[in-house]
Design a protein around this ligand. Structure first.
Ligand code: PMP
Length: 394
């Protein structure tokens, strides 16, 4: 039966996280595994009202086929928000509304990657991007991610040896590590990539979830000609709406993305786009985001403090200023897959680091999500994790 399937899908693994989520669905398990936003913040009532308003005012239009580029008013909203929040000029004409930013990754892979083309990813990197790009069979090259961003010497060297088509980066509160690039690393990355033919894909689903420190410039400000932006409403509104976007001022690329999207789904769910826009019109999303950040900040503090209290200097952790994840490096002799098995027996779960590497995984690493449990549960989960850890470290 194997031979009936196309080569492009045969080596692509199932999402390891989706598999783990099946195990962690049991109610007695404290899960730090998922990448789920805190459901308490889903604006259920406001969405109900927005749905009714859309159906009452232009129900028939909202249920009809629509344009591939997406709902014009929503594109304009995104463009205006780039201006007010980041002082970035991103024309609404250069935005395509996608089925989550995940679809943006797939479309970019489809349009840019031929088999064996060189592409660059952070090490470790977002597993969904590894999976998306894998379908197009690229030559993956990793750039080590350090506490302040990528290792720019590695970037310089790889650009000399290969001519990568793209560098995929999550510069704010990266998934899986929580790392944010500092200003100097952003500038140096910009200096290296500028004047090459390499696109820089800035994926920023977590940028607005900052609970400490201050915002740093987008690559769009530093190297506008190379930068493609990906954005998402999943983390600030509701992931099930599957609404995100791609923004690029490169007209040729834009047109190719439109063709790829037409071939894939004609257009993104128009009703959802209208409901989201109606929600944005009638509600103050900034205060909504502020409320999310306040709670996520408390959850993050609880996790950082509990990890320090239990583990001391036996492990190293990142201390993110935003987002949803932190990254743990265990002593070298401990394999996080084995720790995962022991942790499940103690009813606590996390994601082992391995799936975040396209090759040569650092097996003593793991990702913890802190946004889905209360500070009290986090404390209890970290205690259980430490008990599981003791099986290996003594
Ligand atoms: N990029 C990154 C870095 C992510 O963490 C995620 C979600 N986990 C996505 C993209 C996809 O998000 P969505 O499709 O919901 O916008």
């Amino acid at each position: 039966m194997e031979t009936i399937f196309a080569d492009r899908i045969s080596d692509v693994p199932k999402s390891f996280i989706r598999e783990i989520l099946k195990v962690t669905a049991e109610p007695e398990i404290i899960s730090f595994a998922g990448g789920l936003p805190n459901r308490d913040f889903f604006p259920v009532e406001q969405i109900k009202t927005a749905c009714n308003e859309v159906l009452d005012t232009d129900g028939m239009e909202a249920l009809q086929y629509s344009t591939t580029e997406g709902h014009n008013l929503l594109r304009k909203y995104i463009s205006d928000r780039y201006k007010t929040k980041k002082n970035l000029d991103v024309s609404s004409e250069n935005i395509i509304i996608t089925n989550g930013s995940q679809q943006g990754l797939d479309l970019l892979g489809k349009v840019l990657i031929n088999e064996n083309d060189s592409i660059l990813l952070e090490k470790p990197g977002y597993l969904g991007a590894i999976q998306s790009f894998s379908l197009y069979k690229p030559d993956f090259n990793h750039i080590t991610l350090k506490p302040n961003g990528i290792d720019t010497d590695e970037l310089r060297n790889v650009l000399k040896i290969k001519s990568p088509k793209l560098f995929y980066t999550v510069p704010n509160f990266q998934n899986p590590t929580g790392v944010t690039y500092d200003l100097e690393t952003r500038k140096e990355t910009g200096r290296i990539i500028e004047k090459t033919n390499c696109f820089l894909i800035e994926d920023d689903p977590y940028g607005e979830l900052r609970f400490k420190g201050s915002n740093l410039p987008s690559f769009k400000e530093i190297i506008p000609d190379n930068t493609i932006l990906l954005g998402s409403f999943s983390k600030i509104f509701a992931p099930s709406f599957r609404l995100g976007w791609i923004a690029t001022d490169n007209k040729e690329l834009y047109e190719k993305l439109i063709v790829a999207k037409q071939a894939s789904d004609l257009h993104t769910n128009y009703f959802s786009q209208k409901v989201l826009y109606q929600y944005l019109l009638k509600n103050d999303i900034d205060s909504h985001i502020e409320r999310i950040c306040k709670v996520y900040g408390e959850q993050r503090d609880s996790m950082v403090n509990s990890l320090k209290r239990y583990f001391g200097n036996k492990i190293t952790i990142t201390e993110p200023e935003g987002g949803m994840f932190l990254w743990v490096t265990l002593p070298e002799n401990i394999n996080s897959m084995e720790l995962f098995q022991a942790a499940i027996k103690k009813n606590v779960a996390f994601v082992p680091g391995t799936p975040f590497y396209a090759s040569n995984p650092e097996t003593n690493t793991l990702r913890l999500n802190f946004t889905n449990s209360s500070p009290k549960i986090i404390e209890e989960g970290v205690k259980r994790l430490y008990e599981a850890f003791l099986n290996f470290s003594e």
